[in-house]
Design a protein around this ligand. Structure first.
Ligand SMILES: [Zn+2]
Length: 498
């Protein structure tokens, strides 16, 4: 409708239920009469009455006089752009921040209602994916999100993830791009809204291609799609990409110039002979010797291709079975747009094991933070200037060593004794490694598959979670601290209060 004269009528029925109907027509007197007649038939058939007094008529490139007359004829009011229809601002400029304010307001209200200080990190990851990422989906599926809005949304998500209440900033322990990576690639699987926006908008392009056959204006994304040739009736021989990665007119520009079938479909460049397809390219004149070589190359490409009697179909490169889906395109785009993760591939593979566990999400996310060495230990807090690097950074359980992840979960006497007992329990005569990742490796890679793997991982999660809980208890009860007793209570509570 862009550039065309059209009117949009939003009609409200006046029955026991409110029902909205939108009518979009070219602005002419005949269409007004037709619309009036259809609505009258609708009233007679359904028993509902159209409330013209509450209905509005909008003009797109329509003269004011015509619009006023049309509104008078339909007995409704003239509306002004933009207006809200089904929760979306129709006619608003999506590049303006004010268009997105309703989305930002809803997210902020939802965040305030959660009082996020009482939600664990794992819980916040779940809420981010299931609620916060879902709120703007309606807008994202219709409007291209400006960079400014994307940054604001990411800011809200990041502050929520790391526990900042009422706009207060807290330490972002892991890079946001890593957070947005899939779990199997070492991230937390939080959806990147910018990529989600592109994927959702591409769905409209896919529908234009597959349902309407419209390809004009798809230059930027046409590489995502290809034509699966059937009988060749809907595919242009020279212009469409149906064999190889480029249209034939780009592969053989000279042959295209002298072709007498420039606008022909694939079906028209050949014929069926006894159920065998034969190609028949025609030229405006006799070919020069060097052009014959090009024609031979074209023949070499075409000869193995046999048409069928089914219809041509558009397919998507990056989807299972060629059928487009938002999730498959999101996976492809996140792999190509997000920069490569700066972690060892073996470590990324190990991180993928974390999620194959029965443990609650908050414990799994805690383990992920531990293996990424991004826990708020005194060493890490010291690096960020939160506490002094002197004796303040020493272990809370044995104030002789630096409180790092390696010491707290392996080297500290309390943790070391604990792992030794666990290893004995499993019948393993192992020396306790100095790196939590080495212990995790023994519980994941070396423990088989299925329930056996899940069982081993559950023990790992329970032990590291309980150690962290003990570390949290210790500073507040230094005199009464009895190691094993605190550990036992934390271990038992693992299954109850997660
Ligand atoms: Zn210690």
């Amino acid at each position: 409708m862009i550039g065309a004269q059209a009117f949009v009528a939003i009609l409200l029925s006046n029955g026991s239920i409110n029902a909205y109907t939108t009518v979009i027509e070219e602005a002419c007197v005949e269409n007004l009469w037709t619309t009036k007649a259809i609505l009258r038939w609708f009233e007679l058939i359904s028993g509902l009455k159209v409330n013209f007094f509450k209905s509005k008529l909008f003009g797109i490139n329509v003269e004011g006089d015509f619009l006023s007359s049309a509104a008078q004829f339909l007995k409704c009011n003239v509306g002004k752009l933009s207006f809200i229809y089904l929760g979306l601002p129709v006619g608003a400029n999506p590049r303006r921040l004010s268009t997105w304010n309703p989305v930002l307001d809803v997210i902020q209200k939802r965040l305030a209602s959660w009082k996020n200080k009482y939600v664990s990190l794992g819980g916040r990851v779940v809420l981010l994916n299931s609620v916060l990422a879902a709120i703007p989906i309606f807008y994202l599926s219709l409007f291209k999100m400006p960079v400014g809005v994307w940054k604001k949304l990411v800011g809200l998500q990041r502050r929520f993830l790391w526990g900042g209440a009422a706009g207060a900033s807290k330490i972002s322990w892991v890079n946001w791009l890593d957070i947005c990576r899939p779990k199997k690639e070492g991230g937390l699987g939080v959806k990147d809204l910018r990529i989600m926006n592109i994927s959702l908008l591409t769905k409209w392009k896919w529908r234009l291609l597959s349902e309407v056959g419209l390809i004009d204006g798809l230059d930027r994304t046409k590489d995502l799609f290809f034509k699966r040739i059937g009988n060749g009736g809907d595919t242009r021989f020279w212009h469409d990409t149906w064999v190889g990665a480029q249209p034939l007119k780009e592969v053989f520009p000279r042959l295209f110039l002298i072709s007498s079938q420039k606008e022909c479909s694939v079906l028209e460049v050949g014929r069926w002979v006894s159920e065998v397809w034969e190609w028949n390219c025609k030229w405006r004149r006799s070919l020069f010797v060097w052009e014959e070589e090009l024609a031979d190359m074209l023949d070499t490409i075409l000869t193995p291709i046999q048409l069928s009697h089914s219809n041509d179909e558009w397919r998507c490169h990056h989807a299972t079975g060629g059928r487009f889906s938002v999730s498959s395109l999101y996976c492809f785009l996140s792999g190509s747009i997000l920069p490569p993760i700066s972690l060892n591939p073996d470590f990324v593979r190990d991180l993928g094991f974390l999620w194959k566990s029965w443990a609650p999400s908050k414990v799994v996310v805690f383990s992920w933070q531990l293996l990424r060495r991004r826990l708020p230990t005194r060493e890490n807090l010291g690096k960020r200037g939160i506490c002094d690097n002197g004796t303040d950074s020493n272990c809370v359980l044995c104030p002789l060593e630096l409180e790092s992840e390696g010491h707290l979960f392996c080297g500290c006497a309390f943790a070391s004794t604990l792992w030794t007992k666990i290893f004995k329990w499993f019948g393993l005569g192992l020396v306790v490694p100095s790196d939590p990742l080495d212990i995790f490796h023994k519980f994941s890679v070396g423990s088989g598959k299925g329930k056996r793997l899940k069982g081993f991982l559950a023990v790992w999660h329970a032990v590291v979670w309980a150690i962290w809980r003990v570390v949290g208890v210790k500073p507040f009860d230094i005199k009464g601290f009895q190691g094993n007793k605190e550990f036992t209570s934390c271990f038992i509570s693992y299954g109850h209060d997660c």
